[in-house]
Design a protein around this ligand. Structure first.
Ligand SMILES: Nc1ncnc2c1ncn2[C@@H]1O[C@H](COP(=O)(O)OP(=O)(O)OP(=O)(O)O)[C@@H](O)[C@H]1O
Length: 263
């Protein structure tokens, strides 16, 4: 029988004495350099660049964030638009490197960040399943073996030969979620991917996430503006607001505090 190929997206290991912690965010800050002046055209921009006249200012998207996530936990990140949630997920997934502090992750990661990343819109859905699977570290034989499961979960049997550019965002989300959860990754990262799926697919994904979390082996990191969904799925939550950590704790306490923002 074909042995299962594990995803290759691994990050440095946490020391053994900290065995139960799979994600350790330790005093993490993210500083982006953004242009401090506006240019009317690309030409003006390149002239300023060539003359070394570009001026940048620092923008702290995350400021001294600390939290730990345990194995088998479902952990949520909440915060208003532009608070730094996706930036935090990207640091955890290894897509971005923290400017300050350290982020240590134990295990394999299946990141569902930024829908469509890892897909080629010119290729068919079938070709994209192989492409995305390869990016997650799965061998072709492994995808062959699980191809039908992916198609069944996504419920897109009749659309496999259609180029992805003709898919709706919800259809792309179906394929992305089906591939990411084809096996049990150590850590499943779910950004706003689910929000574009219809309610039936969202329910199906929630059931799958619950199954994974109930297995006690899979850790789920969820970013969502759907607070009901966070309350249904997460054990603990971190609330980040304008790059600052406001609260980390049990879901009901953090979500109640976050919702009081609207009062
Ligand atoms: N590559 C980048 N360069 C400059 N600024 C960036 C970059 N990526 C993110 N930012 C800024 O960092 C801040 C946090 O963005 P981020 O996408 O992490 O927020 P978010 O909490 O996920 O927002 P939303 O809920 O709207 O998706 C924003 O002000 C954003 O403009």
């Amino acid at each position: 029988m074909q042995t299962m190929a594990k995803p290759i997206l691994t990050r440095p290991s946490i020391p053994p004495e900290d065995a139960e912690t799979v994600i350790d965010v330790d005093d993490v800050s993210m500083i982006f350099n953004i242009a401090s002046e506006q240019f009317n055209s690309l030409k003006e921009y390149f002239i300023a660049l060539a003359r070394h006249e570009l001026k940048f200012k620092e923008f702290r998207a995350l400021n001294h964030i600390n939290f730990k996530v345990k194995r088998g936990e479902a952990f949520g990140l909440v915060g208003t638009n532009g608070s730094g949630k996706s930036t935090m997920l990207k640091i955890i997934a290894g897509v971005l490197e923290a400017s300050e502090g350290t982020c240590t992750v134990r295990g394999t990661i299946a990141p569902l960040i930024e829908l469509g990343a890892g897909f080629d819109m010119e290729l068919t859905a079938k070709e994209n399943i192989y492409l995305n699977g390869a990016l997650l570290g799965y061998r072709k034989e492994f995808i062959d073996e699980h191809f039908q499961d992916i198609v069944d979960f996504a419920e897109l049997q009749n659309f496999m030969d259609m180029p992805l550019k003709n898919y709706s965002s919800g259809m792309v989300a179906r394929i992305a979620f089906a591939i990411a959860t084809i096996t049990e990754p150590d850590i499943l990262i779910v950004d706003e991917t689910l929000s574009v799926g219809d309610f039936l697919f969202q329910q199906k994904c929630e059931r799958r996430i619950k199954e994974l979390v109930d297995s006690d082996d899979v850790t789920v990191l969820l970013v969502s503006h759907n607070i009901d969904q966070v309350e249904r799925l997460c054990d603990r939550v971190c609330w980040i607001e304008k790059g600052q950590e406001r609260m980390v704790g049990p879901t009901d306490e953090v979500c109640a505090a976050y919702k009081s923002l609207g009062n």
